[in-house]
Design a binder for this molecule. Structure first.
Ligand SMILES: [Zn+2]
Length: 157
């Protein structure tokens, strides 16, 4: 039996960057609440959040899973996520946060563009299964404004 040169991860959603919604957010061709951006990374609110302030951090360069990134890129991505998490926790008045990174359909990766979830968690949610929630457009805008505001204060600190 021939050894597999490279393990492939199934993702039924495909990987065509032309159709990628996260690439469209990077290009500002799809609406989103962008809360942070630098040369290589962008962060915006998850459209189907598990808690208020649930943010996604992505490399701007399209790749499907973390295996499509080099080590410097992975380091930069998680550094950006850690940085964003401070503003997310402050803005959401959370007591903790999760950093989650799913790869492949089996792992519930829904959009085929590498992303890191930053999910603020409050003490009352401790140990609870967190389902997707819906917030009003005003609530989404308010928490995005708040995250941006905290991040801009950190920039000037
Ligand atoms: Zn993409």
């Amino acid at each position: 039996m021939a050894a597999r040169a490279e393990k492939r991860i199934p993702n039924s959603l495909g990987a065509d960057p032309e159709k990628c919604v996260f690439c469209k957010i990077v290009m500002r061709e799809a609406p989103s609440h962008v809360v942070y951006e630098d040369e290589d990374y962008i962060a915006f609110l998850d459209r189907f959040p598990m808690s208020k302030g649930h943010t996604l951090v992505c490399p701007k360069k399209h790749g499907v899973t973390i295996w499509d990134m080099d080590e410097a890129g992975i380091g930069g991505l998680f550094t950006a996520a850690a940085r964003v998490s401070k503003a997310v926790v402050t803005a959401a008045d959370a007591d903790g946060f999760r950093i989650v990174q799913n790869n492949g359909e089996a792992a519930n990766q829904v959009v085929a563009h590498v992303h890191v979830h930053v999910i603020p968690v409050r003490m009352e949610d401790k140990g609870r299964f967190m389902d997707r929630k819906t917030y009003s457009p005003d609530e989404m805008k308010a928490v995005a404004d708040s995250i941006r505001s905290v991040m801009s204060k950190e920039d000037t600190a």
